[in-house]
Ligand binder design. Structure first.
Ligand code: 13P
Length: 299
């Protein structure tokens, strides 16, 4: 059971966690259909549906994740260069900056076509949570985006799948768009667990329901491709994106943008963006260089 390989049928991740259970879910739908010999029919029905979603109004989105980089002076130059770019020359772009620089980003980008956001958000609304930053606080600084569950937070800070979902919900409650990141390690990929890992990571997120998920962006970032210069091939990325798209489609939220992240550069962006289910990129290192970032977004 899990996200299907290749062109997936209506298999929903961890349906036990989903409430209400979606039609065609693995426990209540697809398995029963398969047992009754109707799985082939279901696949046939889903193929045109998937094809429709590939051309359905999913705007390209390129987000920069600055991680723990920058200074007031460096940021000023980068933000000014982004702002100076002709908005017609690139797709929708945004930058996710360190918390202390949100005011600077807000000031530099106000009134421009460029959006900004944070790299993390607390699952809590307020209270005795030293070091945490709430979604309400981010909202006050004009944030549009809040990353949730970046692999560096999952591995270095022990964030669980459930915590990531709770963070996404907290962001949504304040009108932010959570950008929920998922991705497998090299060891998990090499042992054939990629789709199972993505399924597990997404399960509590999808369990928030169709309406919540429709307000999110998802990002597939294979851990082994982050900061390594080793990008997933377009086919490797598309396989996972297609599986995520199938789960979104089954949930009734096929229009959710799914970004790819991991060593995206101007030189490889076009081939990734040519894939049917890749709607843009979450860019780390290359987002720190205005020209490179803008070239990625010009695709
Ligand atoms: P790089 O683009 O530096 O590989 O980082 C990807 C990433 O982690 C974006 O969130």
């Amino acid at each position: 059971m899990g996200l299907a390989r290749g062109l997936p049928g209506p298999v929903v991740p961890c349906p036990a966690l989903m409430s209400p259970r979606p039609p065609g879910c693995a426990v209540h739908g697809a398995r029963g259909l398969a047992r009754s010999g109707r799985a082939g029919l279901t696949l046939t029905l889903y193929r045109p549906l998937l094809r429709m979603t590939q051309t359905a109004n999913r705007a390209r989105l390129v987000l920069g994740n600055w991680k723990m980089h920058g200074s007031l002076a460096e940021n000023a130059a980068l933000l000014d260069a982004l702002r100076a770019a002709d908005a017609a020359s690139h797709c929708q772009i945004g930058v996710c900056v360190p918390f202390p620089y949100l005011a600077q980003a807000a000031q530099a980008l106000a009134g421009s076509a460029i959006t900004w956001g944070a790299q993390d958000v607390s699952a809590q609304a307020k209270g005795a949570f030293t070091g945490e930053v709430s979604a309400g606080m981010l909202k006050e600084f004009g944030c549009r985006w809040a990353l949730a569950g970046h692999s560096e937070r999952r591995t270095l800070h022990g964030e669980s799948d459930q915590l990531v979902a709770d963070k996404a919900r907290a962001a949504l409650e304040q009108g932010l768009v959570p950008v929920v990141c998922v991705g497998e390690s090299l060891e998990q990929r090499e042992s054939g667990q990629t789709l199972a890992v993505i399924e597990r990571q997404l399960a509590p997120v999808l369990a928030l329901g169709r309406e919540a998920v429709a307000g999110m962006v998802l990002a597939y970032e294979p851990v082994w491709a982050i900061g390594t210069g080793r990008t997933a091939t377009p086919e490797q990325a598309q396989e996972v994106h297609a599986a995520i798209r199938a789960a979104l489609t089954t949930l009734g939220a096929p229009q959710v943008q799914v970004l790819y992240g991991g060593s995206v550069k101007a030189a490889n962006a076009a081939t990734l963006f040519a894939m049917a289910d890749i709607d843009g990129a979450l860019v780390g290192g290359a987002s720190l260089v205005a020209e490179e970032f803008l070239r990625i977004a010009a695709n």
